[in-house]
Ligand binder design. Structure first.
Ligand code: DNO
Length: 354
């Protein structure tokens, strides 16, 4: 039986975590990265893609997953320039496919990608992690351009006025409009992905509910069902992000892992554990007993349904005095990777002995 392919996110030459370090994590197969020096919507230079490939392969690893090719806001908003941006997107798919990439992760969240209220919350054991407390989000109004309040993780490439402008454009949009724009995008992009033999893997909205009154749609089982039917092609799949979906008790992660892997529509998995709270959630260590999710059952659901895609430990805490990009240090993610290996090996051997 084919096995999952372990992967690790790397932010390129500027990342404090090196490819040599990633290479030493047992069982590591693929590096997940992107071209970061081009604004969203533009075509990536072939030389930049080739350069990433060479660095990664020189370190003894594979370059098979891109996270992310960002979707320009004009596509999500359905503005007239979207056709050009979609054409650029298709060209990027062709270019990364030519370099051997097999899976592309992206999201369709209006303006804000993942949102947290603090990136260095101290947990009981002295480690720090990313947290989301609803009452703090409720204090922020992105339409008040004179407000000093911002949230960590916000796209700093927007000026406050630009942010205000784009947020107000979304506020005039319904969820149905966003669905329609997603359909428009997929109908043009998926045939290109299919031709290039690349799997598209949408990342769920993080957290999986509306923030600041903006529409968010990739949030639940019902909506993922709808998403997969928009273009019913295996190349139109998902990144199952356990932390993004699992921060809401309404989402049954084990059931979703079973269902979508049985359908062959999970191409990439982000494994992260979260503690669900009444007013939000805290990111925790990967081990099941550290949070609300049953990581063993999720992994078993994937294994039992023949999952052979890419999987990566998601956000790690900061431990052992490490400093760096919140969620993306080396140590805790490496522990996470080793834990995922352990779960898989135990499940696999248990299965063979039955
Ligand atoms: C956060 C990541 C997300 C993810 C994008 C995919 O740490 O999981 O930023 O890469 O949403 O497009």
């Amino acid at each position: 039986m084919e096995r999952m392919k372990l992967s690790f996110r790397w932010y390129g030459a500027d990342d404090k975590v090196t490819l040599e370090q990633i290479r030493q994590i047992p069982g590591m197969h693929t590096v997940v990265t992107a071209v970061y020096d081009v604004p969203p919507g533009e075509v990536w230079q072939k030389t930049s893609i080739e350069d990433l490939k060479q660095q990664i392969e020189k370190a003894g690893l594979h370059f098979e997953v891109v996270e992310s090719i960002p979707v320009h806001e004009d596509i999500k908003l359905g503005k007239p320039k979207r056709d050009q941006y979609i054409e650029n997107y298709c060209e990027n798919i062709r270019r990364v496919a030519a370099a051997g990439v097999k899976c592309i992760c992206y999201n369709f969240m209006p303006v804000f990608d993942w949102t947290r209220t603090q990136l260095d919350h101290v947990l009981e054991d002295g480690s720090t992690s990313l947290v989301y407390y609803q009452e703090q989000v409720d204090q922020v109004n992105p339409l008040e351009s004179d407000s000093d309040l911002t949230l960590p993780g916000w796209d700093s490439s927007y000026s406050r006025e630009e942010l205000k402008q784009v947020v107000s454009e979304y506020q005039a949009m319904t969820e149905e409009d966003l669905w329609e724009n997603l359909r428009y995008f997929l109908q043009r992009v998926i045939p290109v992905a299919a031709e290039c033999k690349v799997n598209m893997a949408i990342h769920e909205d993080d957290p999986c509910w509306s923030i600041f009154g903006l529409p968010r749609i990739i949030t639940s089982e019902e909506n993922l069902d709808r998403f997969l039917k928009l273009v019913d092609d295996p190349h139109n799949g998902i990144t199952l992000c356990t932390g993004s979906l699992g921060c809401s008790c309404r989402n049954d992660m084990v059931k979703m892992a079973k269902k979508y892997s049985a359908m062959g529509r999970i191409h990439f998995v982000h494994m992260r554990n979260v503690q669900v709270l009444e007013n939000g959630f805290e990111e925790r260590a990967h081990l099941s007993s550290c949070g609300s999710l049953d990581m063993y059952e999720i992994m078993k659901a994937l294994y039992d349904n023949g999952f052979s895609g890419y999987i990566r430990p998601d956000h790690g805490r900061m431990i052992w005095g490490e400093t760096g990009r919140p969620g993306y240090g080396l140590f805790d993610r490496a522990l996470g990777a080793t834990y995922l290996n352990g779960l898989w090996e135990a499940i696999e051997k248990g299965d063979k002995r039955q």
